[in-house]
Design a protein around this ligand. Structure first.
Ligand SMILES: Cc1cc2nc3c(=O)[nH]c(=O)nc-3n(C[C@H](O)[C@H](O)[C@H](O)COP(=O)(O)OP(=O)(O)OC[C@H]3O[C@@H](n4cnc5c(N)ncnc54)[C@H](O)[C@@H]3O)c2cc1C
Length: 369
């Protein structure tokens, strides 16, 4: 089949590998001009580890594994440590491989079949499923026809909007926004992951290898903005943290201003009753984002695209049956992951000063035992 994949994130690249391995002719279009490799380390967990083995990328993933040994420390405005997260609240285990997002992206990219076409700076503009195939008009004006389209274009998926309708029907905002920015000036700095809180806000530094990232979270109701407008995202973030000149806040906000690759998004989930229609199918966050609070987005991207490829192999002439198979196999993983995205926000971004004081007291008491 000629298959179009929209998006070259973890799900799109995994789809490319798994569908290419079956001999399909895969074209991937990525809206950005390059692989988007920023972000904090992500987890490969549970069944995704087994699937990564079958995809023959597990050894490389293990080689690039990072162990986040540095403790997360909650500090006050002067940088004095108030409380510390114990190791078990950081969630490190044998069933969980942590790998920098850029490393996983490069491993997946390198594992694509050489015949797979990856086009940067391109996006679907229109889709028309005529039953025999899907006619696609691209943003560049190019037109083409595919046997199947895979929407792997993330939480704010365009493919989902074009085929299944507006995002608001599927997106559940969990009440937080998150941002990550590169801190080049902090490279190779003191080990440790300090976090400063004030009610409804956290700002901190997270480190792995010699990389340092500024991490910001704040509580907020839904904010309408253009997802493609980086300056609008920066302004929302700068407004949310305005008026704070203590600790490292000014340096982190300066990094936000200068960062051409800032990651900013709402902490949200996507809930859909089904992930396919006709010849179009959704994978990864586009179908079932569980939010960063679950720590399972990359794992779901890997298992889902594997299940999809196996289902197509089992039903080579019946797309509807293949898509149903894919959904049946993937759904339990998604349900578990989405349910697990619970209390992390309250721990790291307490809503009130009383909650903040209670958290710190609880962590100090636990450390004394
Ligand atoms: C830059 C970035 C940083 C991230 N950092 C973190 C993090 O630190 N922690 C965390 O838990 N999760 C992070 N995520 C989300 C995480 O990658 C996903 O939850 C998970 O890996 C599932 O991946 P996905 O491929 O479904 O979605 P995504 O990783 O969001 O990938 C979607 C891809 O589709 C592309 N795309 C979007 N629209 C179009 C379009 N119209 N046409 C073509 N391509 C399009 C995007 O540019 C992106 O490359 C980040 C995502 C991105 C894009």
């Amino acid at each position: 089949m000629r298959i179009l994949v929209s998006g070259a994130g973890m799900a799109g690249l995994s789809a490319g590998i798994n569908l290419g391995a079956l001999g399909h002719h895969v074209t991937i279009v990525e809206r950005a001009g390059h692989l988007r490799v920023n972000g904090s380390p992500i987890d490969i967990r549970g069944d995704a580890i087994d699937v990564a083995g079958r995809m023959r990328i597990l050894d490389q993933i293990r080689q690039r594994r990072v162990t986040m040994t540095a403790r997360t420390r909650f500090v006050d405005a002067a940088g004095t440590v108030l409380a510390e997260l114990p190791g078990d609240e950081v969630g490190d285990s044998e069933d969980d491989i942590e790998i920098p997002r850029e490393d996983l992206a490069h491993i997946l990219h390198a594992a694509l079949d050489p015949a797979t076409l990856l086009i940067f700076g391109e996006s679907i503009q229109e889709l028309h499923d005529d039953g025999d195939g899907v006619a696609v008009t691209f943003l560049s004006g190019r037109e083409d026809h595919f046997d199947m389209v895979v929407g792997a274009d993330g939480m704010h998926s365009l493919t989902r909007r074009l085929i299944f309708g507006p995002e608001r029907e599927y997106l559940r905002h969990l009440g937080f926004y998150v941002a990550l920015t590169n801190l080049p000036a902090e490279r190779g700095g003191e080990p440790g992951n300090p976090i400063l809180n004030w009610p409804g806000h956290m700002i901190g530094i997270t480190r792995y290898r010699d990389v340092a990232l500024g991490v910001m979270n704040f509580r907020s109701g839904w904010i309408d903005y253009d997802y493609h407008d980086l300056e609008a995202q920066k302004q929302i973030l700068l407004d949310a943290f305005a008026g704070h000149h203590e600790w490292q806040v000014p340096a982190i906000l300066d990094a936000v201003r200068d960062d051409p690759e800032l990651y900013f998004d709402s902490v949200s989930q996507i809930h859909m009753p089904g992930w396919h229609q006709g010849r179009v199918v959704l994978v990864g966050d586009a179908a079932h984002c569980a939010s960063g609070l679950s720590g399972r987005g990359a794992s779901l991207a890997i298992t889902g695209t594997w299940f999809l490829a196996q289902a197509l192999r089992a039903h080579p002439t019946d797309l509807a049956a293949a898509f149903r198979d894919y959904e049946d196999n993937q759904r339990p993983h998604v349900t578990r992951a989405q349910a697990s995205a619970g209390p992390g926000g309250d721990l790291v971004v307490p809503a009130t000063q009383a909650d903040l004081d209670m958290r710190n007291a609880r962590l100090r008491a636990a450390a004394d035992h």
